[in-house]
Structure formats: C-alpha cells, structure tokens
Write a protein that binds this ligand. Structure first.
Ligand SMILES: Cc1cc2nc3c(=O)[nH]c(=O)nc-3n(C[C@H](O)[C@H](O)[C@H](O)COP(=O)(O)OP(=O)(O)OC[C@H]3O[C@@H](n4cnc5c(N)ncnc54)[C@H](O)[C@@H]3O)c2cc1C
Length: 326
C-alpha cells in the first residue's frame, strides 16, 4: 500500500491554496495506487478543526506537530520522522519556495529522489511519474523514482484544489525531535507578498505585462496606466515574469494562473504563448503592444500596436488621463 504524505502550509487560520491543491492531487494519486493521502501540519498550536478540514480535499489523516511554522529545517525533522515511522512512499508539496527548501532537505536526509516544478503526476505500473517542463518550458521531462521515497514538488498553482473528500480527516499528534541546527533560524515576521491580494479576476480593465517590460521596475509603466484608468483596473502578468520575481504570483494569468475576462485586456510585451492565451482569450477587447510584428499575440488581438512599449505606454497613460480630465 503506497501512502502519500502531503505538507499543508497554514497562515492566519487558513490553509494555503497550493497546499490544498497538493492534498487533492495526493488523494487522487493515492487512490490510484491503492493507498491513502495523509497531510502534515506544523505550528505553535495548529487548530484541530483546520487540520480535520483537509478531509474535504481527500486527506484521510492529518499529522499535527508542535513546532515553528514556516521554517524549513523543523519541517524536515518532522517530515523525516513521519515518513520513516509511517513508511510513506511519496511526499508531496504544492508550489512555493518553502516546499523547495523542505523537499531538498528531506531528499538529503532520506536519500530520496526529488523532482521540482512538477506540472503533472501520473501513475504508471503502480508507481508515480512526475512530469516537469524543461528547456524554457519547450519540452516535458518524465521522471520515475528509483529511491525508496520519492518527493514531488509542484509548480505554483499546478495542482487544482478540489473538494472530493467526504467528512473530516482523523487528526493525530506527531512528536519529533528538532535537530540542533533546526533551531538556529527563527521567524522574525511573516507576511503576504506585495500585491498578493490583487483582484485581477474581478477587474474591468487589466494592464498585463510580460518579459518585454525588461525588469521588475518596468511594471511601473503598467501600474501608471492602470491608475490612469482608475476604478476597477488592475495589473496582471505572465508566468515568465512572476517566475523571475518581477511581479507577484497572484497576478499571473494563464494555464497555471488565473482565468480572466475583463472588458479591456491590454498586453504589453507579451508574446502570446498558448498557456497564457487560455487564461485571457475570453476578454471582451484585447489590445496588444509588441515590438515584433510576428508575435503570436497579434493573432488573437482586436487591436495590435507594433512598437516599443517604453514609448507607447507613457503616451497611452497621458492620453487616458487627458480623456478622463476632459
Ligand atoms: C505547463 C506550462 C504552464 C504554463 N503556464 C503559464 C501561465 O499560466 N501563464 C503564462 O503566462 N505562461 C505560462 N507558461 C509559460 C509560457 O509558455 C510562456 O513562456 C510565457 O507566457 C511567456 O511570457 P512572456 O510573454 O512574458 O515572455 P516572452 O515569451 O519572452 O515574450 C516577451 C515579448 O515581449 C516583446 N518585447 C520585448 N521587448 C519589447 C519592447 N520594448 N516593446 C514591446 N514588446 C517587447 C517580445 O517581442 C516578446 O514577444 C506555461 C508553460 C508551461 C510549459
């Protein structure tokens, strides 16, 4: 029986959306393997009802451990103990930096195989195969695990949170020992990334920026234009720029981001990859600015402007301001 242990990150009384996705995906895969998905939560005092609520996402059991939440090393200690004692065959994480760090630590501790940035997992011959985009997302690599324990770390938003479970999960205490080095780091403060609460799904006007903006500071041009429109306007982004850290993940549109249909979608410096298109193609009016006349985005734009966004965006902002002031 191959059981899967999924890490569930919680913050301010709620379980992180990527973790809910990982629990759902873990439950689907465990069922195919003839096993169960269990979750693990760590914290100063994890609310038991929060842990039990993971049952709705398919977790049969949730292990709750006492320790500092949000730091990787204590979680490596807790998960290594749970995996060794419980004989789990796989450990799973939703996307995010913490998962990368814990997964890497666990791999080192347990001699486990680890695959990061996973966008899909399937069962083949009673074992998991992790699929991961490589070479700038132009190819998919399929990875099987040879190790006793296999670690799957998802790409952010790759796994959809689905309420497929019934009832509450059983909650069990897990006691473990912190290794000496695990308490050398302490949490100073936790907070949401700037813009993490942007509501791009509800916006009427979206100014979306891509790699053509050149750098994080380039987003100022998009923000100025959105501010000129005022009202229900927001700034959105492509996967390439959120991965580069130029803009928050919450603003990402596309296959592994959000799906939007604003009245106006203005794409600045976005090539128009299929994975981006699926998230915005139902917008009422699509306007694209791109210096490459052959960019795919022009194939599904209502209005295309071929030129340098650094010149066009400020002029558009002035024009919108002038119109609004008129
Ligand atoms: C499984 C999977 C899931 C994915 N999910 C998503 C997703 O959810 N969302 C998403 O967006 N992508 C996703 N991707 C990535 C996607 O394939 C593209 O790599 C990404 O959308 C490209 O982002 P971009 O348009 O910002 O960058 P690029 O493709 O590099 O395009 C930049 C564009 O800017 C133009 N440009 C450059 N300078 C200027 C200038 N000065 N003025 C005007 N134009 C300029 C260039 O001509 C170019 O067309 C996914 C990929 C995979 C494999």
């Amino acid at each position: 029986m191959a059981n899967i242990l999924v890490y569930a990150l919680h913050y301010e009384g709620a379980i992180n959306k990527n973790s809910l996705g990982a629990v759902s995906e873990g439950a689907r895969l465990a069922a195919e393997l003839g096993g169960e998905a269990h979750a693990i939560m760590l914290g100063e005092s994890v609310p038991r009802e929060l842990a039990a609520s993971l049952g709705a996402y398919g977790a049969k059991k949730v292990l709750v451990a006492e320790g500092p939440e949000g730091l990787a090393q204590p979680l490596v200690d807790a998960m290594a103990k749970a995996i060794t004692d419980g004989g789990y065959k796989y450990a799973m994480f939703g996307g995010g930096l913490l998962g990368f760090e814990i997964g890497a630590g666990l791999a080192a501790r347990l001699g486990a195989g680890v695959v990061m940035e996973v966008t899909n997992v399937r069962v083949e011959g009673g074992e998991l195969v992790s699929e991961r985009p490589i070479l700038g997302d132009s190819a998919i690599s399929q990875v099987k695990y040879r190790s006793q324990v296999g670690i799957v770390i998802g790409r952010l938003n790759a796994f959809e949170a689905r309420q497929t479970g019934d009832g509450e999960a059983a909650v069990e205490e897990l006691s473990f020992e912190l290794s000496p080095h695990a308490s050398r780091a302490t949490m100073v403060t936790r907070g949401e990334q700037r813009g993490a609460d942007v509501d791009i799904e509800g916006a009427d006007v979206l100014i979306a920026g891509g790699r053509g903006l050149g750098k994080a500071e380039g987003f100022k041009l998009a923000e100025d234009l959105a501010a000129a429109f005022g009202g229900n306007s927001a700034v959105a982004a492509t996967r390439a720029v959120v991965d580069a850290g130029w803009y928050p993940y919450a603003a990402q549109i596309g296959q592994t981001g959000k799906t939007v249909s604003p009245k106006l979608y203005l794409a600045a410096g976005i090539s128009g990859a299929i994975q981006h298109k699926v998230g915005m193609q139902s917008s009422e009016n699509i306007v694209a600015i791109n210096k490459d006349a052959n960019a795919p985005i022009f194939e599904f734009s209502d209005l295309g402007i071929v030129g340098d966004l650094n010149k066009i965006l400020p002029k558009l902002t002035e024009a919108v301001k002038a119109k609004k002031g008129a």
